[in-house]
Design a protein around this ligand. Structure first.
Ligand SMILES: NC(=O)C1=CN([C@@H]2O[C@H](COP(=O)(O)OP(=O)(O)OC[C@H]3O[C@@H](n4cnc5c(N)ncnc54)[C@H](O)[C@@H]3O)[C@@H](O)[C@H]2O)C=CC1
Ligand SMILES: O=C(O)[C@@H]1CCC=N1
Length: 272
């Protein structure tokens, strides 16, 4: 599908390189089809060591020469980058932005003429091919463009298509979600350690329990409440633990966390 297409990546930080390695691992594209740019020389040196056939260029010539341009700089750096690239990006290209909180409308406003923009919100489990990425089309992007971008992100996990007005909520839930899950993982392991388990064993038990439970949900499609009931014997151990979770307001706390991150995404967008 990407044969003969040139893919450009501006911003080779955490998310940019996760995507890069996923695309290459899955042989969606060859190294020689990729152009990368970053303002930090060390990042480019690391990429050259790992992928010697990837072409390195500065932002403007890169933006001019590629078919698909992925923008993976921090949201705070994106407006300035778009100003730099206004004259280079043209209507024949497909632009992909992973920046939290930056709308396709804002990106389109910085560009001259109608440019097809698709916004993506991936997450870090993409590093091991288990990410989830939400995709939304800008004003000029077609469903086919969204499908094209989905193919790229399927190299690093699942994809979902959404309306862009829900993108801040996605950012608060799955974009930021790995942060919450690692705190939960660490807390479960701490509990095991408190009760005498070796740290390594406790972490393995906790991590596989999270992974297995998530898979059980995804594979069976059963309601989470039903799966919870499956493990909860009357008068047993789980219900005692669940009561403590309710007393600690775990559900409300998680909902507040997602809400706070969503609000922050809106602030980054300048919506609040
Ligand atoms: N890290 C994460 O979990 C997720 C990040 N994102 C989004 O991905 C984007 C990148 O985030 P990270 O990779 O975490 O940040 P990062 O700081 O690791 O990477 C950003 C890279 O962009 C480079 N850069 C900055 N200004 C530049 C410019 N003008 N030209 C070329 N390169 C430039 C930096 O040197 C850096 O290597 C952000 O917009 C963020 O909102 C989206 C989903 C998840
Ligand atoms: O914390 C952040 O702003 C980025 C966006 C989603 C995940 N990490």
């Amino acid at each position: 599908m990407f044969e003969n297409q040139k893919i450009g990546l501006v911003g080779c930080g955490k998310m940019g390189t996760i995507l890069l390695s996923g695309m290459l691992r899955n042989r969606l594209v060859a190294e020689s089809q990729i152009r990368v740019a970053d303002v930090v020389k060390e990042r480019l040196e690391e990429i050259h060591e790992a992928y010697p056939d990837i072409v390195q260029e500065s932002n403007q010539p890169l933006a001019r020469s590629v078919d698909i341009l992925i923008l993976a700089v921090k949201p705070q750096n994106l407006p300035e980058l778009l100003n730099e690239l206004t004259e280079d990006i043209h209507s024949g290209q497909l632009i992909v932005s992973v920046a939290a909180g930056i709308s396709t409308r804002l990106i389109e406003k910085h560009l001259s003429g109608p440019v097809r923009v698709v916004r993506a919100m991936p997450n870090t489990p993409a590093l091991v091919g288990e990410g989830v990425t939400a995709l939304a089309a800008g004003a000029y992007a077609t469903q086919k463009d969204v499908e094209t971008v989905a193919r790229l992100f399927e190299a690093v996990g699942l994809t979902v298509k959404i309306n862009e007005n829900l993108m801040d909520a996605v950012t608060g839930l799955s974009g930021s979600g790995p942060g919450y899950v690692f705190v939960i993982l660490e807390a479960l392991a701490d509990a095991g350690v408190f009760l005498g388990l070796p740290r390594e064993t406790a972490l393995k038990l906790a991590a596989q329990t999270l992974l297995g439970s998530a898979k059980l949900y995804l594979r069976t499609g059963k309601h989470p409440g039903e799966l919870k009931d499956m493990v909860t014997s009357p008068g047993g151990t789980t219900i005692a633990g669940l009561k403590a979770l309710e007393e600690g307001r775990l559900r409300a706390t998680l909902m507040t966390a997602v809400e706070a991150a969503t609000r922050r995404s809106k602030v980054l967008a300048g919506d609040e």
